[in-house]
Design a protein around this ligand. Structure first.
Ligand code: G3H
Length: 507
């Protein structure tokens, strides 16, 4: 167990033994009995920067047992104390944002400024969750609102935790999208098992330090590491887990939903967000939104702009300006804060290249890009993409932007809705009435009018339809998803009844 006399910098160091990081069970950082570790490589230079424990199923069982045994203590901890713990954790994250951002940059190749802001944004989510939690309440309903029932029956509804929540984050926001699950889970009174992604595992291990320092008792927050392919299904299907909150690919999410059985699920999955650009759109707002939406973190975001559907009156000038700005994007080392850096694996680069090759073979026009060095893919813009091409439908998770020229709004709605995904949509126009009407037709969780698709601000509801997800995130919605109503019905008897003069409505 870590000594409480160490300061937080020293605690960061004590998480590891040389390059080997431990997992966390009941407040203790341990090595797996498997004796096996998983190497973590910097995707930019491919160097091994750390190793994580490949935990066994027996260790999963132990972790879940500890989390279950800790439920009673945590649910008895006053909400005000849980709130205070989130606030303290947020302060610690802010203090350590730079060194932690540096680790994040190395393990996933995120530009350093974005890596640091991912840590700060997570601190904001913890703080925002603490703020919202102060107003978690319930309701009382009198029976006489329903025909045939009187005021001698009333329900008192409040919220209770679900039990043990399994939080699995993705490689692209391994700290933030795990933290956005941990904070609501803990504040609602659940205990947590965190399973970090294998790519991006190191940064979220530090939640163990922050939460312990902030006062979370041992056993309430535990971390299991290992390959999803080896322990993912076992964890998800385990009878000791009461809910699974997962962010990752649609393929994995759909698979987990089959393994999970009757457990409640919160799934944030893939997307193929389309930007519909009408003739009267403000060109500069549209170009800026498309560039930052498509190419931030090299397109490795579920909410990235993944296709553009421009009307004939604006298509040529829009594509020209987008290509001009794309060519200006800086490319290279994430430590130098270049916009375009490495993709997470060379396998992912191969996949993106396959989409580009398919489009070019089928007649798309290459406007820029289509170059690769190591894991870096140059930002690629494709014009004259048709619905016969894979890139019109598949999610690249890389810097490739297809333009599918459209003739009218109806065609744009059709192409948008034919996707298997339904995360977000965008409409760029000055005609707000028309935008509102198109928005109502789009089968997505959120429609952005004159702005890029994105999850934040983090207190907004965030959800996907179809293969893009299940359940709703966002600070308030996540707390609600991670708790359930408990209803107590009072049945009052004649004994305490007050005698009333007025009997007009008596039966
Ligand atoms: O990758 C999925 C994330 O939820 C996207 O978040 O819109 O803040 O980049 P973001």
């Amino acid at each position: 167990m870590l000594s409480i006399n160490l300061n937080i910098d020293e605690k960061f160091e004590s998480l590891k033994d040389g390059m080997d990081y431990s997992y966390l069970i009941n407040g203790n950082w341990e090595k797996s009995s498997s004796g096996k570790t998983i190497p973590i490589r910097n995707p930019y230079n491919k160097e091994i920067i750390a190793q994580i424990q490949a935990c066994t199923r027996e260790e999963v069982d132990n972790c879940i047992k500890i989390a279950r045994d800790s439920m009673e203590c945590w649910v008895e901890t006053p909400l005000s104390k849980r709130i205070e713990i989130l606030r303290k954790s947020a302060r610690l994250m802010r203090e350590m944002a730079e060194p932690l951002g540096n680790i994040l940059m190395q393990e996933i190749g995120k530009p350093i400024k974005s890596a640091i802001s991912e840590i700060m944004r997570t601190a904001d989510i913890f703080e925002g969750t603490a703020d919202f939690a102060t107003s978690i309440g319930g309701e009382t309903i009198m029976g006489d609102a329903f025909e045939g029932t009187a005021r001698d029956k009333l329900s008192i509804t409040y919220r209770v935790p679900l039990g043990v929540i399994l939080c699995i984050g993705p490689f692209n926001y391994p700290f933030n999208l795990t933290g956005s699950k941990i904070a609501p889970a803990l504040v609602a009174g659940n205990t947590v098992i965190m399973k970090p992604p294998s790519f991006g595992a190191i940064t979220p291990l530090h939640f163990g330090i922050f939460l312990e320092e902030a006062g979370v008792p041992p056993g309430v927050f535990n971390i299991i590491t290992g390959r999803g392919s080896e322990i993912g299904d076992y964890l998800t299907g385990h009878s000791g887990i009461n809910m699974v909150a997962f962010t990752g690919s649609s393929e994995t999410g759909i698979h987990l939903s089959k393994v999970a059985g009757m457990k409640p699920l919160l799934l944030e999955l893939g997307g193929k967000d389309a930007a519909i650009v009408l003739d009267d759109a403000d060109l500069e707002i549209t170009v800026n939104s498309i560039i930052s939406g498509a190419f931030s973190f090299s397109g490795q975001r579920c909410t990235a702009v993944k296709r553009v559907l421009p009307m004939p009156g604006i298509a040529d000038k829009l594509i020209e300006r987008v290509v001009e700005e794309t060519k200006n994007l800086s490319i290279g080392d994430p430590a130098e804060n270049n916009t375009i850096g490495p993709l997470i694996t060379s396998k992912q680069c191969d996949y993106v290249q396959g989409l580009i090759d398919d489009a070019l073979q089928k007649g798309a026009t290459l406007k820029c890009g289509n170059r690769r060095e190591g894991n870096i893919m140059w930002p690629t813009v494709l014009d004259h993409v048709t619905t016969e091409m894979r890139v019109a439908w598949e999610e690249p998770f890389g810097p490739v932007l297809p333009f599918i020229r459209i003739q009218n709004a109806e065609q744009a709605i059709k192409i948008s809705n034919e996707s298997m995904y339904g995360l977000q949509g965008m409409i760029f126009t000055e005609n707000i009435d028309l935008a509102f009407n198109i928005a109502q037709e789009l089968e997505v969780g959120t429609v952005q009018i004159n702005g890029k698709s994105s999850r934040g601000p983090d207190h907004f509801p965030f959800l996907g339809t179809k293969s893009s997800g299940l359940g709703t995130q966002g600070i308030k919605c996540s707390i609600e998803s991670m708790s359930r109503p408990k209803v107590v019905v009072m049945n009052l008897t004649e004994k305490g009844k007050l005698i009333r003069e007025c009997g007009v409505y008596e039966k």
